[in-house]
Design a protein around this ligand. Structure first.
Ligand code: ASP
Length: 349
């Protein structure tokens, strides 16, 4: 039986909002957020761990459909400021945009040496059949886990959901109803919780320097649009999205391995956007697999026109990567160059 002594672990539980932190008010049967200072009362199982668990609640707490880059900055800054005080961080977050937030944090906290584990639930924690307790308990155990050298077992930004620990920037929300809300199709889970938590150590990223504090990146440029290709898409719609004055980069969600229409008007508009200096990134609409613009003529045309490959990136991660890279430099050519690198495990190359 695999055991690590984490009895001294200290963790910070950050509540941003979402279903997990709600409980039913018996007076009117509506869902209301509970006071997070009382988390141990709501989930008494946590005290069995004998960890020190402090909590911090966003004010106001938000439905994650209201998450904005400002919230990511608040979250990343909080983790950065409290970094030396804790062994790991758990972020309770609504499921709707959890993949976006986890992706963003993975770029904003460069060189992590401690776990940042996002979790939430499909049913509120106060409901008898809730998935929230299990998700939270697994997240807590993983955030406290250390290896034989005393280093964090998973020094990454992850999502822990339905017994799976996934690299955050590889996830997508795929189900609005059942407990398996997230998938990481292009990367196997970093850990699976059954009777034991089985870590996939070969996949878990390790920092170059365990003693260095992460670099905090707060500059985000959000001038990104997403163009989802579909049969019947019109030149006007494509032009509005590709060549919009306010847009600095466009994620083109293509078919299959990165294919788009070969019609002359479409290629001309791609060329126009490139001449305007827009950053164009090709990400597949498929849940699994990668863009490869060398397979089909339709893909090759995009490559020749100057569209960058998003490889096997999720759209959520490509968006966060663009926000981050565009925040670093005003040079669009440089951004396109940097997009090609795997910064924190977000693409396979
Ligand atoms: N709308 C909620 C949210 O994302 C759903 C959830 O928490 O699962 O905040």
């Amino acid at each position: 039986m695999e055991m690590t002594d984490c009895t001294k672990a200290s963790l910070l539980l950050i509540y941003t909002g979402g279903t997990i932190g709600m409980k039913q008010d018996p007076s009117d049967m509506t869902l209301k957020p509970f006071n997070f200072g009382q988390i141990l009362e709501e989930v008494p199982e946590l005290s069995k761990f004998a960890y020190r668990i402090d909590s911090f609640s966003f004010d106001p707490i938000i439905d994650s459909s209201d998450i904005e880059p400002e919230s990511w900055k608040e979250l990343a800054t909080l983790i950065y400021e409290k970094y030396d005080e804790y062994d790991g961080f758990i972020v309770l977050h609504g499921t709707d945009t959890m993949s976006y937030s986890a992706s963003a944090l993975s770029f904003m906290l460069e060189g992590l040496t401690k776990p940042v584990i996002f979790t939430g639930s499909q049913l509120p924690i106060g409901v008898p059949r809730t998935d929230g307790k299990e998700n939270l308990i697994s997240a807590v155990e993983i955030a406290a886990a250390k290896d034989a050298d005393g280093h964090a077992r998973v020094p990454e930004v992850c999502i822990c959901f339905d017994n799976m620990l996934m690299r955050g920037n590889r996830t997508t929300k795929v189900n609005a109803d059942n407990f398996r809300a997230f998938r990481s199709e292009n990367l196997p889970p970093l850990a699976e919780a059954g009777i034991y938590i089985r870590y996939n150590d070969g996949l878990i990223r390790k920092p170059a320097d365990w003693d260095r504090k992460p670099v905090l990146h707060l500059d985000l440029d959000t001038r990104v649009s997403i163009l989802k290709i579909h049969p019947g898409i019109t030149p006007q719609v494509v032009e509005n999205i590709l060549c919009g004055k306010e847009t600095r980069a466009v994620i083109i969600e293509t078919y299959g391995s990165g294919n788009a229409p070969s019609r002359p008007w479409f290629i001309e508009l791609i060329g126009k956007a490139v001449r305007m200096g827009k950053i164009l990134v090709n990400v597949t609409q498929c849940l699994a697999g990668s863009v490869n613009m060398d397979i089909y003529a339709n893909g090759k045309t995009l490559k020749k026109a100057g569209v960058a490959s998003g490889y096997d990136s999720t759209t959520e991660s490509a968006l966060a990567k663009l926000f981050h890279l565009m925040g670093k430099t005003q040079d669009n050519g440089k951004v396109t160059e940097m997009l090609d690198a795997d910064l924190c495990g977000e693409i396979s190359k």
